[in-house]
Design a binder for this molecule. Structure first.
Ligand code: ATP
Ligand code: MG
Length: 273
């Protein structure tokens, strides 16, 4: 029997691999020595205080911000390499703030997601019809697909931008605060959708959110970021508030709360002789 050699798609190549990444913005150190490896099918949640560098991290991964040290690889490739076209979906922090006066329907917006450098010319054909239908259906916006996005609620708009990312058929979806400004029901259906994408479609998700409770319930793995990664592990082992204070090097103000008995702080204190 003749054996057929199948091209090695490298199942063990991580979807995302960051090594020793540091980022400065306006000569201020924002991210320091970030090491992060994400495998196919993982749902990774990133949390951290305002200004802790979460969006900076995502923008660096996307290649929109320059890194000063270290390396970033997606599917084994540096950001912006040709091999990554169509593989990465991005929902930005401002995605739901689409200008209200833009005359574009939900369907047209989603259709834009199918456009990439490779198929620009096909944009006006019918090639992507099914993909667009499926994406709209997945986020449950069939009924409003021909309505201008300016007339949608916050939650619907957020789902429309997610549908746009889905329409690109990306394997790796990166979302920055997709839960902001949407009500509880919309939030729950969105989380369910993202969870299904991981489990049923084998997508890999990296999502930033302030909603710690929602993240703990949905993400498999949680990262606490504040300049560097201070916790990275199973969502069910995510530290409680007092442990977080220790991780952040915050001293407890109440005397009956000893802060250093179990402190595993990652602060590197410089001791001078
Ligand atoms: N364009 C910029 N130029 C210089 N510094 C910036 C710029 N944008 C953000 N920063 C700084 O970088 C740091 C990290 O910002 P970033 O937006 O990554 O934080 P974040 O964790 O996403 O915060 P939030 O939770 O508010 O979205 C902040 O101190 C911020 O002031
Ligand atoms: Mg941000």
């Amino acid at each position: 029997m003749q054996s057929i050699t199948i091209e090695d798609t490298g199942t063990d190549v991580p979807i995302l691999d960051l090594n020793g990444v540091s980022v400065f913005r306006s000569s201020k150190l924002i991210l320091k020595d970030i090491n992060l490896r994400v495998s196919k099918g993982e749902f990774v949640g990133i949390v951290g205080p305002n200004g802790s560098g979460k969006s900076t991290l995502l923008l660096s991964i996307l290649g929109l911000l320059k890194i000063q040290n270290g390396s970033i690889r997606m599917f084994g490739q540096p950001p912006f390499s040709k091999q990554l076209y169509g593989k990465i979906g991005w929902v930005s922090q401002a995605a739901a703030n689409l200008p209200r006066d833009v005359k574009i329907t939900v369907r047209e917006l989603v259709q834009l997601g199918t456009v990439n450098a490779k198929n620009m010319l096909k944009m006006f054909g019918n090639n992507n019809r099914e993909q667009v239908n499926k994406s709209i259906e997945m986020v449950g916006l069939e009924d409003v697909q021909h309505i201008d996005i300016g007339r949608l609620s916050g939650g619907q708009r957020q789902r429309a931008v997610i549908a746009r990312a889905l329409a690109s058929n990306s394997e790796f979806i990166i979302l920055d605060e997709p839960l902001v400004g949407i009500d509880r029901d919309a939030r729950n259906s969105l989380l369910k959708l993202l969870d299904n994408l991981c489990h049923e479609e084998g997508k890999t998700i990296l999502m930033v959110s302030h909603d710690l409770t929602a993240m703990r319930q949905t993400a498999h793995r949680m990262i606490f970021l504040e300049e560097t990664i201070r916790f990275d592990g199973d969502a069910k082992n995510f530290p409680d508030l007092s442990q977080l204070a220790d991780l952040r090097g915050i001293t407890h103000v109440h005397e009956n709360m000893p802060s250093h008995t179990h402190a595993h702080t990652h602060t590197h204190s410089k001791e001078e002789d």
